[in-house]
Design a protein around this ligand. Structure first.
Ligand code: GDP
Length: 297
């Protein structure tokens, strides 16, 4: 679908005079192509601009290595800079869940994959870390969402908080906390309600829940295919609720993953996991290297 960046750059360099070092002019010309590649991968314009500027300073004056073409060399510099920008501090997969029971708040828009991701993470915590996990749905607006989580729980062998009709999200969160303490759970995961768009009622509700449970982790689940929208969603949730990380879903799709770069650059929040399908095992810890390769095509 897209022309590979290495191929594109080798074309550019063929047209340029080859010297012993990458000249400012060479680098500028090459980085124009890089910027186009980033935009095609759904990186936002300001982020692409900023990124290219950073790489330009790094690349100019670098000696051209004999083993690679100048085009390949620029691709490597860009690749490394992408990895550098995408990488957060520490291990993205290590959730802060000591001091049981640790509350984990799952937030995001409806349809982003929040409930599915809650199940996937619960399964991972149970199987990989031997944790006893409790899940609770706070979606009082969609009984089907509550049932969906209960069904997932049965499927993966993780307990869900019994559904009590007529309770507010805060009431349910309190009940989950109590149940988690009494039942000796290590973690309790709260799957909050999502809306199609961010609105004040949604945010106020999530904020109230946050104040009651004081989550150790607040994970924002966003659809990785929505590009710039995903970044705006992250900014708004972070400003109002404060998020500790992002889970990018639908990374099994055709998207090039540019949202990841914009997300990191704009919010500064680490991407912790990527969702790679509908199955309960289709989740992986975020690997900057892989996304960088994908962005560059
Ligand atoms: P919620 O409204 O945010 O809770 O969204 P759901 O968890 O119900 O997910 C909405 C749809 O997206 C479901 O059909 C999921 O199976 C699907 N889904 C969730 N995560 C992924 C993913 O990483 N890849 C793909 N292909 N589908 C996903």
């Amino acid at each position: 679908m897209f022309e590979n960046l290495s191929e594109r750059l080798s074309g550019v360099f063929d047209r340029l005079t080859k010297q012993g070092a990458l000249s400012e002019e060479d680098v500028k010309t090459a980085l124009r192509e890089v910027r186009v590649a980033l935009l095609e991968a759904d990186v936002s314009l300001p982020v692409a601009r900023e990124f290219v500027k950073k790489v330009q300073d790094q690349a100019t004056g670098q000696a051209v290595t004999k083993s690679v073409t100048p085009g390949q060399q620029v691709v490597k510099i860009v690749h490394d800079a992408l990895v550098d920008t995408l990488r957060g501090e520490g291990d993205p997969g290590a959730l802060k869940i000591d001091n049981p029971p640790a509350p984990v708040l799952m937030v995001g828009l409806q349809g982003s994959g929040k409930t599915t991701t809650t199940g996937k993470l619960a399964k991972r915590l149970k199987e990989k870390e031997g944790k006893k996990v409790l899940m609770a749905s706070l979606d009082v607006y969609r009984p089907a969402a509550m049932d969906q989580l209960a069904i997932l729980g049965t499927q993966i062998g993780v307990d869900t908080l019994p559904i009590v009709k007529g309770q507010s999200p805060v009431d349910i969160a309190k009940r989950a906390k109590q149940q988690a303490m009494l039942g000796g759970y290590d973690v309790y995961m709260l799957d909050t309600a999502g809306r199609l768009h961010i609105d004040e009622v949604l945010m106020d509700e999530v904020e109230q829940v946050r104040n009651v449970v004081e989550p150790r982790e607040t994970l924002l689940v966003v659809d990785g295919l929505t590009g710039q929208v995903a970044v705006e969603v992250a900014e708004e949730f972070d400003a109002k609720i404060g998020i500790s990380g992002v889970v990018l879903t639908r990374m099994d799709g055709d998207g090039r993953g540019g949202a990841a770069l914009s997300m990191r650059a704009v919010t500064g929040k680490p991407i912790r996991y990527v969702g790679l399908g509908e199955k309960m095992d289709a989740i992986e810890t975020f690997e900057p290297d892989r996304i960088a390769g994908r962005i560059l095509g």
